[in-house]
Design a protein around this ligand. Structure first.
Ligand SMILES: [Zn+2]
Length: 512
């Protein structure tokens, strides 16, 4: 295959490799996962481009980029696809012959993939031309007879979009199942759009008006876990003159309740200061639930970005306590791999005596706002949506203003518009909530199956109450069977099928 040649495999995280070799044919895989900047030395994509310079005159080089697209604006494969001729696979309707590109559609579309909300999904495609119903049994032959059509013939090179609708490796029913399991959870929906539709996800930065949040507060008691709240996390934002904290209760379907939120005043620079003792008292509280039990905080996170030594000292030796550091960027896990750092207390230094955990805040902020935008049920309707953010009367104006004090701002980056988060005012409670979300994920809340949640519910005595209550939070006997499967099927970030691993691919530079 490579007569007289050589094959070089390298990672996009090695600037040495990307800088050293001349390579005529390149396959750059999963380019959306590549870092924007490699060790401060520049864009790895551009480093790889520079490896082609020797072939510019002859033009006989080839680059194949492939990737699952990720976030609009930031996505490398999106930009490469857009600059290309944008080929989509088109098929002819077996009934009327209308040639078309298959789209997922949605409730607002008269055409596209249609399916039942419960199994059997009976997914079928409604033809855009004449509304013909295309049965899944007709899919394979229809897809095989299709062809790529370029939507941007003036593009610089061929670029291709591939998605699960025309994949012969999966079924429309599986696609429907994946969508239904993801639709109420912003991070799962994002993964569905990326992996199954091969499309980038547009992050939205709008939060509801703080007044709206103030107006929809509920009457549950402060410091008490409402029905459905099974996990308890606590997060702390450190200021020079005190500590902002929030305690959050979490349900199986990610509904959350602000159980307590407040500010403890005092000088945080002194690790032995009174304010840290007060924090200990709050942390040691137990939270009574609706079933007669009471529970401690399952995990607490303290922002170590300010007065770091005090934070490290407080967290050290304390079970279930994490020193956290918020990190900018879109592709970071909620809670990453901790870094071991030195700790100094009363003039004594202990080498590598503390751990600081990076928090990928950007995606969490977007998810938080998506959850915050969920509206309470209107009069007569039953139950809250999965992921709904419940606020209590203790969540005052300051709290409501602060949780929405971040916005997504567009800026130009290398000729593209990218979005980044900026604060629009005091945002301490916003930070607390984002850290709470990272802890919830770290504890496993986003990945647990219905069985695992049910187990937790049993440990916490939930079986004592009527099942009617449990149905509100996705744990009722009636909903359990339906609940278990989707949760398992939509575990992120494992890629569900190999089909859409390459959502989009494209050739760039040189050759057609
Ligand atoms: Zn038709």
């Amino acid at each position: 295959m490579f007569p007289g040649g050589s094959l070089v495999l390298t990672g996009a995280n090695s600037s040495a490799d990307l800088r050293s070799k001349t390579v005529k044919y390149q396959h750059r895989d999963e380019v959306d996962e590549w870092p924007l900047d490699l060790d401060g030395q520049g864009d790895p994509d551009e480093m790889a481009d520079a490896r082609l310079i020797a072939f510019h005159a002859t033009g006989d080089y080839m680059v194949f980029k492939s990737s699952t697209p990720t976030i609009k604006g930031r996505s490398r494969i999106d930009a490469a696809f857009e600059a290309g001729d944008q080929r989509h696979w088109n098929v002819c309707c077996p009934q009327c012959g209308q040639e078309q590109k298959l789209v997922f559609g949605g409730a607002d579309y008269s055409f596209g993939l249609k399916f039942n909300k419960e199994p059997p999904y009976q997914a079928r495609y409604v033809c855009a031309g004449n509304g013909c119903i295309i049965d899944h049994s007709q899919k394979a032959a229809m897809v095989r007879a299709g062809r790529f059509i370029a939507e941007n013939p003036k593009g610089l090179y061929p670029s291709f979009h591939v998605d699960a609708l025309t994949s012969l490796l999966t079924t429309w029913d599986k696609m429907a199942e994946a969508f239904l399991a993801a639709k109420d959870n912003p991070s799962k929906l994002k993964a569905f759009v990326n992996l199954w539709l091969g499309q980038s996800w547009e992050e939205r930065g709008e939060a509801p008006e703080w007044k709206l949040l103030l107006g929809r507060r509920e009457n549950y008691a402060r410091g008490v876990l409402p029905v459905g709240a099974l996990l308890v996390t606590m997060a702390v934002d450190v200021q020079g003159d005190g500590l902002f904290y929030e305690v959050v209760g979490w349900g199986a379907d990610k509904q959350s309740w602000s159980v307590d939120a407040g500010f403890v005043e005092g000088d945080t620079a002194d690790p032995d200061g009174d304010v840290w003792k007060q924090l200990t008292k709050i942390w040691e509280r137990r939270y009574p639930d609706a079933y007669g039990g009471s529970w401690p905080v399952d995990a607490v996170g303290v922002d170590a970005g300010f007065n770091t030594e005090s934070v490290k000292h407080w967290v050290r030796g304390r079970p279930k306590a994490f020193a956290l550091k918020g990190m900018p960027g879109w592709y970071l896990p909620p809670l990453g791999t901790p870094a071991k750092v030195d700790i100094t207390y009363r003039g004594k230094k202990k080498s590598k005596g503390a751990r600081i955990w990076p928090v990928g805040t950007w995606s969490l902020k977007a998810e938080f706002y998506a959850l915050l935008r969920k509206e309470p049920p209107t009069d007569g309707a039953e139950g809250f949506d999965a992921g709904y953010v419940h606020l209590g009367q203790h969540n005052d104006e300051r709290y409501c203003r602060q949780i929405v004090a971040e916005t997504l701002k567009e800026k130009e980056w290398r000729g593209r518009i990218v979005k980044e988060w900026v604060s629009t005012g005091d945002n301490h409670f916003h930070d607390c909530r984002v850290y709470n979300m990272a802890l919830f994920d770290h504890l496993g809340g986003n990945r647990w199956t219905g069985d695992q949640w049910r187990q937790l519910a049993q440990q916490r005595g939930v079986k004592k109450v009527a099942q009617l209550d449990l149905e509100d939070v996705g744990l009722g006997a009636g909903t359990m069977a339906a609940q278990v499967k989707p949760v398992v099927a939509s575990v992120v970030p494992r890629k569900p099928v190999s089909v859409v691993r390459k959502g989009r691919g494209g050739f760039v530079n040189g050759w057609k």
